[in-house]
Write a protein that binds this ligand. Structure first.
Ligand SMILES: [Zn+2]
Ligand SMILES: [Zn+2]
Length: 212
């Protein structure tokens, strides 16, 4: 059973101190689209088995629950098993006003999640096949969507701004693309004089070179 649900019976202030987080993230529940074999976080039985938009899933922790169990689900979200890689939405401060109709991040307050090391995913949907689009879409489902950057809409400097905002934290950067995209991000990393601790190039059989 997940931490947030184990703590359901605890007083609210006690939950805050146990989680050791300064900002509370609430479970954001959407109906339907549960993965195959999903189990309910409340009763631990299989859920999402009915045809149509049945049962619920949290868009942050991916936790699922039956419609009948929804009133027993904790309001607090623990961001799921990938919390170490996710930038919690409540820890982001945005600038007032927008630049080119986009919100601009002013500050990121690192959460007190052990070994927190956010993943930034960069791809280019306008080059190569449609694989970059699929990869970015898959990552948007499990990370904060702001951590996933499409170079056909934003520059690599904007994508790597996370590394400046979190200068005391090691960010993991995944580039999903071909030689051109990887080289473009490489150039920007060196132009911005970012510290690189480890670099790996992986050639996947179906996808594209990825370096972390
Ligand atoms: Zn959640
Ligand atoms: Zn249930």
């Amino acid at each position: 059973m997940k931490m947030c649900h184990r703590l359901r019976a605890e007083p609210f202030s006690r939950i805050i101190s146990l989680l050791n987080i300064p900002f509370i993230i609430k479970n954001i529940i959407n109906s339907g689209n549960l993965p195959l074999g999903a189990t309910c976080d409340v009763c631990e039985d299989e859920c999402g088995t009915e045809i149509g938009l049945s049962d619920f899933r949290c868009c942050w922790c991916q936790g699922c629950c039956h419609a009948s169990c929804l009133n027993k689900l904790s309001e607090i979200c623990d961001l799921g098993h990938l919390r170490q890689f996710v930038v919690p939405p409540n820890n982001i401060k945005v600038r007032s006003g927008r630049i080119r109709k986009r919100l601009v991040i002013k500050e990121v307050i690192p959460p007190t999640i052990p070994d927190w090391s956010p993943v930034i995913v960069i791809g280019n949907c306008s080059s190569g096949s449609s694989e970059a689009e699929q990869i970015l879409s898959a990552f948007r489902h499990v990370l904060n969507p702001a951590q996933v950057v499409d170079l056909s809409k934003r520059s690599p400097e904007e994508a790597l701004e996370w590394c400046h905002l979190l200068s005391d934290i090691t960010c993991k950067v995944i580039v999903a693309g071909g030689d051109g995209t990887v080289g473009w991000v490489f150039d920007t990393i060196f132009k911005l004089k970012l510290k690189v601790f480890c670099m790996k190039v992986r050639y996947a059989t179906r996808f594209v070179p990825v370096f972390i």
